[in-house]
Design a protein around this ligand. Sequence first.
Ligand code: SF4
Length: 193
Amino acid sequence: MKRIGVFVCGCGTNIASTVDVDRVAEVASVMPSVVFSTSYKYMCSDPGQEQIKKAAEEHNLNRVIVASCSPRMHENTFRKAMSGAGLNPYMFEMVNIREQVSWVHSNKDEATQKAIDLIRMAVAKVERNKPLQVTTIPVTKKALVIGGGIAGMQAAIDIAETGHQVILVERSTTIGGKMAQLDKTFPTMDCSA
Ligand code: SF4
């Protein structure tokens, strides 16, 4: 059975001044499979993360949504909190209601409605998430570049400069591609060959 917890962050007043976070949490509480929903000032803080762990235990959550800032900032923070709560970290979705809502809108009603819509979408997504496992596989640190035109040659040089072996494959007898067929290149009028 799917049991989703929704946590709506106010980011101090960063989000809360433009989005009615309490209203968002209230509407989220009656979305399908949502069994717990709340708002909090700073979800990334230790007490904020602790709320996820506590709610996971008390409400037997198996999926979590945090509506806060960009995943670039705190997705890892919350995935770690998921693991700390004994949940699979990939049964988690982060909704960006700061950069994509409060920072780009000024009408509070419309911003609140947009935050609700984004959370509704995340609920539909997290319901379909599968628990993933992290695995490590050996990688051969070599590159194959197909095509010895100007782009292929430059790619091969760039990779080689990072210290990796590169194999450049070209089907014709010469490299240079279209570039080698030109007489001169604008604006320097250099010989293209
Ligand atoms: S989780 Fe993001 S939006 Fe919430 S307080 Fe932390 S930085 Fe701000």
